[in-house]
Ligand binder design. Sequence first.
Ligand SMILES: Cc1cc2nc3c(=O)[nH]c(=O)nc-3n(C[C@H](O)[C@H](O)[C@H](O)COP(=O)(O)OP(=O)(O)OC[C@H]3O[C@@H](n4cnc5c(N)ncnc54)[C@H](O)[C@@H]3O)c2cc1C
Length: 431
Amino acid sequence: MTRYSAWSVFTNGLAGQRRWKRVWRDAAPKEGYDIVIVGGGLHGLATAYYLAANHGDGARRIAVLEKGWLGGGNAGRNTTIVRSNYMLPGNRAFYEHSLKLWENLSHALNYNVMFSQRAHITLLHTPAARDAAARRYNTMRLTGADGELWSLAQLKRQVPHLNYDNARFPIIGAAVQQRAGTARHDAVAWGYARAADALGVDIIQNCEVTGFTRDDNRVTAVQTNRGVINIGGAGAKTPGKLGIAVAGNSSRLWSLAGLGKLPIETHLLQAFVTEALKPLLDQVVVFGVGGAHFYISQSDKGGMVFGGDLDWYKSYAQRGNLAAVQDVAEAATSILPCLGRVRLLRHWGGLMDMSMDGSPFICKTPLANLYLNAGWNYGGFKASPASGWYFADLIANDRPDPVIADFDLKRFRRGVNIDERGAGPDPKLHG
Ligand SMILES: Cc1cc2nc3c(=O)[nH]c(=O)nc-3n(C[C@H](O)[C@H](O)[C@H](O)COP(=O)(O)OP(=O)(O)OC[C@H]3O[C@@H](n4cnc5c(N)ncnc54)[C@H](O)[C@@H]3O)c2cc1C
């Protein structure tokens, strides 16, 4: 692997950019692996990287199986918002750990993931919302994260273009996390893939898992469109293990493994980008009141990147409908009226793995060597470093770290709901 540095950019420039090496190998599937991760999105790639980097010693043979191309799922479809403004036990330590990993990710991976800590601003419209934000952001400050409340005057100074004059829901201030921001989603997928590959992980694209071979309560092999791949078995240095990190396809894989139903619904979420503009918005701005839900930032290329709520119906179709487009466009122009004359360049959809309480699963399963990573709702991009970190730890050590102790499938039976939004047991309401 070429180590990226100012010097390597300089010397490759002198050589006409012809000396760069492949970023990762195009691995063909082997007969078997010690650990197989299904899903080449951010969570699968991060898991493989941390398995090799934190628990590696180079002994385990690790593969990531991806049915399409790397980053073709939600990994490359999200609006790239990274934050740790969570209040509930369970979530807050997890997301703060993730944010800390983000802060050093480009160095750790030797790949510029373009993490930009430009601040995440949640607009406040009522005194009740301000009180709730004060409780949440004070909890964050008391437990090691950063957070602040801005007055209206402060907000106007920082973000002058919002609709302060005749908004249906007048803005009264904002809750702000300064260390939050955005990153380049493809770069994160490529950075993890490159770093995992350099540590010996086989990243196998165009390799769809179509079935599981089970021996009592263990998975012994997976069937794929590129042949059977053994989990452990002959030549294995450790008992074979299988992790699934397939986001919107989680319930499909779960039922393929013969495990019945998973408490996850798959819903559509769309995102949008406009033509490139001169610098307009330096922060991530979030607007949510009266049924509206809208978030926006400006990409480094100048496009305004934004999204809203789910499309409100379950589907695996990976494309959305026009009603959601209208809804999001209305929210956009109500809060930033200057967007009314900007042309939309593209919009697309992704498959959200919505759980019953809006929080994820990183856990063991009824099968002894099968591990589950799912339930990321709208928030799995920011979670990907910590998700990979703790999922790798779970797979390597066969027990959950205390930070993820409640991210298991039995939490509902114990009466534990990590319902950050207070939306109740309705997956589509957990944005
Ligand atoms: C429009 C949109 C906006 C979003 N905005 C944000 C945001 O601003 N901030 C945030 O934190 N999160 C956001 N998210 C959520 C975030 O993108 C996801 O939670 C996260 O990417 C999911 O994890 P992943 O990257 O591993 O998933 P994916 O990238 O979907 O990876 C799963 C992979 O599994 C593969 N797969 C599925 N079935 C099989 C099979 N049978 N065999 C082999 N491979 C298989 C798929 O092809 C896919 O590549 C957004 C999502 C969308 C769609």
